[in-house]
Design a binder for this molecule. Sequence first.
Ligand SMILES: [Zn+2]
Length: 300
Amino acid sequence: MTSSRPHLSPAGLIVTVAALVLIGTRPARAQGASPVLQLEEIVADSQNFHVVSTLIVGPSEVVLFDTQNRLSDGRRVADRIAATGKRLKAIFISHPDEDHFFGALAIVDRFPGTPIYMTPAAIAEFGRTAEGMRVRGKRGLGAEAPDSLFHPQEYPAGGLAVDGVPLQLLADLQGDVLDPTNSAIWIPSLRAVLAGDIVFNGVHPYLAASTPASRAAWQASLDSLAALHPDIVVAGHKASADLPDTPASLEFMHQYLRDFDAARASATDVREMVSTIRTKYPDLTVGMLLGYSAMKTFRQ
Ligand SMILES: [Zn+2]
């Protein structure tokens, strides 16, 4: 099951109300007022790690952030885009992990010619690893994994906008990929960060590709996001579409990374490490991510 909802954070409502007041008193276009963007999230089920795709929706355009793990979920995202009645302008892939790009071709099939953007560093990593992921994905997911890959394009040097409202790329931060190829998008008009897999919300973070050094760099990435003073932080994975997208998830990530390092230092084996983290975080879902992360860290 996937689910979706319009973004209903208090900050978003405040922005919307303010815009309505403006529109009610003077024609917004005549005064040059910027349109108000809306965020809409599509969240996968637990078997697909609750991965999140986000539509950034303007009056006539949509930009999509991440494209899901399965082709059927990619088609669900395409349905949501079609339901807006607006033009899909571009797709952005936050980082070159399959759960964020396997669904892309299902979306491009529905909206041919849509550019798929990544950063140059992410494209280089994609070139090294994506075909191997796809071949392994076919073994595990069968028809739900793509039969071929797409050709990502470099994120436009002039930036991206939705109906003239700018999006800011926060390129090549440290997240769950070993090399710093996790990018986020900052939407100043909403004070919103689409954080991809720099932030997990209600889900055990994927740390199987991390090292003590990358986790330290990851903490610095979290600090750089917090320095923007966002009102909204959308995680790359969240346990439910109904979970709020608050900046508290940044502090959660800091603490989890510290606790992961501490548990690695104190535990004598994988089982003890998993037990320590589970006891500290009984409410987090997708426990297999914790098991896999602990197993990998004991092999380093
Ligand atoms: Zn992910």
